[in-house]
Design a protein around this ligand. Structure first.
Ligand code: GLN
Length: 192
């Protein structure tokens, strides 16, 4: 079984590097024919509007939504979080599997991108925020799992985790260990 990495656009290659570090097989998902033998999913950062547009051709997201709702561990970083959310303040209509409201580019434009200390699960690391989405609010099932100062920058909704930042760009040991456990048993997260 493989982790499917959405590979329409954005930082999908970087996520595959993370998976190589934990010896996890993966497949890049570009069309419906790639959706076999998948036991977990990763939605990368990039440009959420572009990804939403490209997938329309085959209604790829509808099929991915079914897979996610079957309960497999699913991770979205940055634009991936936007896609997994159920509402964005700009009125986008994303996948709707994490019960939260997102503001795209909520931390500013490209040249206001930054690195910051984030407490994520039970460790602290330096992570990149690149035109990152802000988590404005979330529903009662959703559990905050990552913090930057007072801001919540990572959330979990059952088997689905969304992060505003890009741990795949640094691939530190803590993140890699977390990823390994998460992909094996998606519920083992949010131990703070
Ligand atoms: N701002 C981008 C978007 O709206 C996300 C940026 C990122 O993924 N680094 O999709």
């Amino acid at each position: 079984m493989k982790t499917g990495i959405l590979a329409l656009q954005g930082s999908f290659h970087e996520h595959s590097e993370s998976l190589k570090l934990i010896d996890k097989d993966y497949i890049f998902i570009r069309s419906l024919k790639d959706l076999n033998q998948i036991d977990s999913l990763i939605f990368p950062g990039g440009e959420s509007t572009a990804m939403m547009k490209i997938q329309e051709n085959e209604n790829l997201f509808l099929n991915l939504k079914e897979l996610i709702e079957s309960g497999i561990p699913t991770l979205g970083t940055c634009a991936g979080l936007i896609i997994l959310s159920n509402q964005s303040v700009e009125g986008n209509r994303p996948l709707g599997v994490i019960d939260c409201l997102i503001e795209r580019n909520g931390y500013g434009r490209q040249n206001q991108s930054f690195e910051a200390t984030v407490t994520f699960d039970n460790f602290t690391g330096e992570y990149c925020f690149i035109r990152a989405p802000k988590i404005i609010s979330y529903g009662s099932v959703v559990e905050p799992i990552a913090f930057f100062g007072d801001e919540i920058v990572g959330i979990r909704h059952n088997n689905i985790v969304g992060l505003s930042f890009h741990p795949e760009l640094t691939n530190d040991e803590h993140y890699i260990n977390w990823l390994k456990v998460f992909l094996e048993k998606g519920f083992h997260v949010g131990t703070l």
